[in-house]
Write a protein that binds this ligand. Sequence first.
Ligand SMILES: [Zn+2]
Length: 113
Amino acid sequence: MSLLPTPERLALLPRCRTLCDELLSFTDVSKHNYEFVSKAVKALYVGCEALANLESSENHTDGIGTCPVCGNTNLAHGYPGRPPYNYCVPCMKPFLLARGQLGSLQGMGFSAI
Ligand SMILES: [Zn+2]
């Protein structure tokens, strides 16, 4: 998502909202960690919004070149023999922090998105 042009990222935002709502629906309100998880899911969506609103007209989903938002040159990630998984870590930071909270033992214990 971080390497798409802004209009394409913004078009993904409603889907992100749906997925975040689904995550909340999986959370048991009677559990002690409900407040932590609900805050983390909300932070995840805020991170998605921040990411979607970064200004860029270029598509670098091929992992080649530099991030048009921050200039980062390390865009290609993944493992040999598998499909590329390209993204810009600095631009994904607000999203990744929230995802890390959800994946923690205090959160839901898995990677959310
Ligand atoms: Zn970037």
